[in-house]
Write a protein that binds this ligand. Structure first.
Ligand code: AMP
Length: 113
């Protein structure tokens, strides 16, 4: 059996976490270890382990994740001040949860990358 990701466990209510946004395909939570005042994870309900596993079928899903992220940025009032959207893939990017997620980070001046 394939091991469940922490995000699937949150979605199945096996781990407690406040779901701050949800639709049929996507949900969002606050990162447990925020690196900025706003640090939200936008997550597809469908488990895709890494960005490398995306296919053309996922085009719409990934696009929707970006739209959800920019709407959340507006709802947190950081759309004008600015924010960063980030996807980590595999070890050099320090991906730790193998269920893709889009980081929405902002609410402060971020260091350059
Ligand atoms: P990444 O390093 O891109 O794989 O990011 C995984 C993120 O998931 C990290 O920023 C963690 O702090 C976050 N995270 C791990 N477990 C939880 C959890 N139970 N609730 C919220 N965020 C989590």
């Amino acid at each position: 059996m394939v091991e469940k990701s922490v995000f699937e466990m949150i979605l199945n209510k096996e781990i407690e976490s406040e779901i701050i946004y949800e639709d049929e395909e996507i949900f969002a939570i606050n990162d447990i270890n925020p690196v900025a005042p706003v640090h939200i994870l936008i997550i597809p309900k469908k488990k895709v382990a890494t960005m490398n596993d995306l296919t053309e079928e996922d085009e719409l899903l990934v696009g929707k994740m970006v739209i959800v992220a920019k709407n959340l940025a507006k709802s947190r009032n950081i759309d004008e001040s600015g924010y960063r959207l980030l996807w980590n893939t595999n070890k050099d990017a320090m991906q730790t949860v193998f269920h893709i997620h889009l980081h929405l980070i902002g609410g402060t001046m971020l260091k350059g990358i």
